[in-house]
Design a protein around this ligand. Structure first.
Ligand code: PAF
Length: 280
């Protein structure tokens, strides 16, 4: 496994691999790797000749400076894990390396970044699109792997590939959950012991909501979920939406042919958690 810190060194190596006709799989991450990331690297390994993992805590996608400051950073541990997983190349650039000057590029994501995460984290997807497009254009992978926990991000990245007209396959990978149902996230390490015990309520509520689909309309279900969270004073529900999985339009009836996904964001102590569940 080779660790690169500069774009020039990475692209020099990639060019020779591409000239040899090797297929490249990219796993972009912000580090603090967990089993969810491991599943992406494992899948990329089975489908490509070369796996490139990037570790970069991208400042432009954080709307809260304190969230950026507290984002977990565990580089030595991450590199050890990636060595065990037999990743080929790891790219760990500095902020200056990725943003030698301010990136003013704004992608028109239509309504995709106006709802849910986009509505509550102003500028978040602008930052995600900036860094992901930079990585795509730099690395030129054949496939790129993203977890479905960040469902809206995944939809936006599909759109980004269309905008950039890239010959690139986006591979969505299932959410990996703890035994008690909590979706794995780098942010989970920031939960206090007490909050960690409360966190499975998020997934439990999503599962119960799906069971209630037979008896309640989408808007009644939204009310039910809101009330359930009100009973749990520690868990502060930011939003719960049921959307169709391509354009992220809110669903107001069940009898449509579109695939539906229920998404939510919750504040628990200092930590903001997101999760989603397929509602078909
Ligand atoms: O999902 C993430 O970890 C980040 O948003 C990504 C895609 C690595 C971009 O910084």
């Amino acid at each position: 496994m080779i660790v690169y810190r500069t774009k020039t060194d990475l692209t020099g190596h990639l060019l020779s691999l591409q000239n040899e006709g090797k297929t490249i799989g990219l796993v972009p991450t912000m580090g603090a790797l967990h089993e969810g990331h491991m599943s992406l690297v494992e899948k990329a390994n089975t489908e490509n000749d070369i796996v490139v993992v990037t570790i970069f805590v991208n400042p432009t996608q954080f709307n809260e400076p304190s969230d950026l400051d507290h984002y977990p950073r565990t580089l030595d541990q991450d590199l050890e894990l990636l060595r065990q997983l037999e990743a080929d190349l790891v790219f760990v650039p500095s902020v200056k390396e990725m943003y030698p000057e301010e990136d003013t590029h704004i992608f028109d994501l239509g309504s995709l970044d106006k709802v849910m995460e986009g509505k509550h984290r102003e500028g978040h997807f602008k930052g995600v699109a900036q860094i992901v497009s930079k990585l795509f254009l730099l690395i030129r992978p054949h496939r790129a792997y993203f977890g479905q926990k960040d469902f809206q991000q995944l939809v936006i990245i599909h759109r980004l590939v269309e905008i950039l007209e890239l010959n690139l396959t986006i591979v969505p990978c299932p959410i990996i959950r703890e035994k008690d149902g909590l979706a794995m996230s780098s942010r989970n390490t920031r939960l206090s012991k007490e909050d960690r015990k409360l966190a499975p309520f998020i997934y439990e509520t999503l599962v119960q909501a799906r069971e209630k689909k037979e008896d309640l309309t989408p808007s009644q279900l939204k009310e039910w979920v809101t009330l359930e969270f009100k009973k749990q004073s520690e868990l502060n529900l930011e939003y719960f939406e049921i959307v169709e999985d391509k354009g992220l339009m809110s669903v107001d009836e069940w009898n449509t042919s579109v695939n539906k996904v229920a998404c939510l964001a919750v504040h628990l102590g200092e930590v903001r958690l997101i999760d989603n569940l397929n509602f078909d």
